[in-house]
Design a protein around this ligand. Sequence first.
Ligand code: NDP
Length: 238
Amino acid sequence: MSEQGGRSVLVTGANRGIGRAIAERFVAAGDKVATIYRSGELPAGVLGVVGDVRDTASIDAAFTEIEAQHGPVEVVVANAGVTRDQLLMRMSDEDFDTVLDTNLAGAFRVARRASKGMIRLRRGRVVLISSVVATYGGPGQVNYSASKAGLIGMARSITRELSGRGITANVVAPGFIDTAMTQALPEKQQQAYLAAIPAGRFGAVDDVAAAVHFLASDAAAYISGAVIPVDGGLGMGH
Ligand code: NDP
């Protein structure tokens, strides 16, 4: 791994929420940060390329542009994600497919494209943003939890394939983080989560960004295939 700072870093969905905080943290450390994003305003210092993680051609085109400006991507953070909550018996095929296509296949498309440059460089960091719900489960989240659990198998398979090339792949599993995604939950559900969190508070986006930044650092070179919870203790034992 090169010195921290000056690396080509890609975070998907850096226009808001957790992705935005992750991008800001790498910018502050002096890295060259890019994002593939759909809409909104980006933090200062982030190269934005419009794209959709559901579309392979748009991912390829975005990588080509990012590589031209920043060089091969050394750190990739698959952050883009959506929810379409509904009880199992009422969940439509479309709601299931959209969530799997974005959260799981989207991460696959981004990691696959990033791996080409990383293999040539013989170094790289893949960080997949999962969720406590991957292993804890969540009512109304059959689609979401399945997509987030899939990321664990993905990171571990990447670890078995690519560790010999100096590439690590890890999962960060946030708990309840205060963003638009969780603010959309009914107040009653928010209070129920709060009561179950040993830390007694919701997480901040910077709590997640700190874990991602560590996994991308030289200090984390021997950590791969790990699932790092950032959940104030909510998911312990799962
Ligand atoms: P937000 O809803 O605030 O942001 C989601 C981001 O993903 C947005 O930038 C959004 O873009 C982007 N995105 C969604 N679909 C696509 C797509 N098809 N192509 C490109 N970008 C897309 O969510 P959070 O910041 O809260 O969540 C970020 C990640 O963390 C997600 O993967 C989420 O599942 C995970 N997470 C969040 C938790 C929380 O408590 N908030 C807990 C556990 C995990 P746009 O603005 O254009 O919609």
